[in-house]
Design a protein around this ligand. Structure first.
Ligand SMILES: [Zn+2]
Ligand SMILES: [Zn+2]
Length: 345
């Protein structure tokens, strides 16, 4: 039985999270209603300037759950199916989709779950049902399935970085997204992985997950440290995790000849990065943004989670029930956790 009302976590303009009572949204003919079982809190969900533009809203875009109701025109899904749902899905028909530029597709940009992932139930729009709702293998727990979206963003980032194997990879910022880059770069055959951060437990975790060396950026100059660790060559691939200009400047300073520097997080709209085209040109350094992920990446990510290459036990450090979602949000915002996941009874 689907109830009339449900609890949902609303992020207000003061950036406080409150549990609200909302109507369970109606299901259209091409849509699914999903009963949420777990939802991750994303680094983006706690980026103050970004969320202030969006609030108030039911936040959360990393949900996994069970299909509760199926629109009359939906094929391929039935109540009880365990699913990962991506909050954005492309049309597959426009010129951008045909080029594989899925996140640039108009339909992708407009897509959203109703009212959001951090609710007991949410509606999956038709385009997401067709394009990016994946059935979970029985052995993949819902908590692990919340990692599919962040893993997919990492899959895309390393693809855009051109990682093929043997490269020296420097990863700036070792929150959950940096740790996932460590795991996947190792899996992809990187020759040397160097993690950079200033939080001791994150540096330790990166070592545990496969980094060859870590650099405490408060204790050492990052460029000098990476130069020492690479015998002067610097990195072939640099992942800039944080969206700050400072991190991007460090990223450029770590780039060796022919390197690719990936900008993994948005800066603020008015920020400006100054670069020396002379250096980019003669050293042939590529500056490559990587925004979110597409339906090709989520499929790869599900395989990585299902096979255990991405091990949720080592990445999900905090779990809270929905009633304590405000604490969960504060924990995620404080940066003392890796992945914080909210669970639903
Ligand atoms: Zn996310
Ligand atoms: Zn499209």
């Amino acid at each position: 039985m689907i109830p009339q009302t449900m609890r949902a976590a609303r992020l207000d303009t003061d950036l406080e999270v409150r549990v609200a009572q909302l109507e369970v949204p109606p299901v259209g003919t091409g849509e699914l209603l999903v009963r949420t079982r777990a939802c991750g809190i994303c680094s983006g969900d706690v980026m103050g300037w970004y969320m202030r533009q969006k609030a108030p809203l039911v936040f959360g875009h990393e949900p996994a759950g069970e299909v509760a109701a199926v629109g009359t025109a939906v094929e391929g899904f039935a109540p009880g199916d365990r699913v990962f749902v991506h909050h954005h899905a492309p049309c597959f028909a426009c010129a951008l989709c045909r080029r594989g530029e899925f996140v640039q597709c108009e339909a992708w940009r407009k897509g959203r779950l109703v009212p959001g992932g951090m609710a007991e139930y949410f509606v999956v729009p038709e385009v997401n049902v067709r394009g990016d709702t994946l059935r979970l293998p029985d052995h993949v727990p819902f908590t692990a399935a919340t990692l599919i979206e962040p893993v997919a963003c990492t899959v895309k980032s390393l693809r855009r970085a051109g990682l093929r194997g043997g490269e020296r990879v420097a990863i700036i910022g070792l929150g959950i997204m940096g740790q996932l880059h460590v795991v996947l770069a190792r899996h992809a055959g990187a020759g040397q992985i160097i993690g950079l951060d200033r939080v001791p437990f994150r540096l330790e975790r990166a070592r545990m997950l496969g980094a060859d060396a870590v650099v405490d950026v408060d204790a050492r100059d990052p460029a000098a440290a990476v130069q020492d660790l690479t015998e002067g060559a610097l990195a072939d691939v640099v992942i800039v995790g944080p969206g700050s200009i400072e991190a991007m400047e460090i990223g450029l300073a770590l780039a060796g000849r022919g390197a690719t520097v990936v900008l993994f997080t948005a800066s603020r709209p008015d920020d400006r990065l100054s670069v020396a085209p002379y250096d980019l040109y003669f050293r042939e350094i590529r500056l490559v943004p990587s925004y979110s992920c597409g339906p090709n990446d989520t499929r790869d990510a599900l395989a990585l989670v299902a096979s255990g290459i991405v091990d949720a036990e080592r990445l999900v450090t905090h779990q809270y029930p929905l009633a304590q979602v405000a604490d969960a949000y504060r924990t995620a915002a404080a940066g003392t956790s890796l992945k914080t996941v909210v669970t639903f009874p």
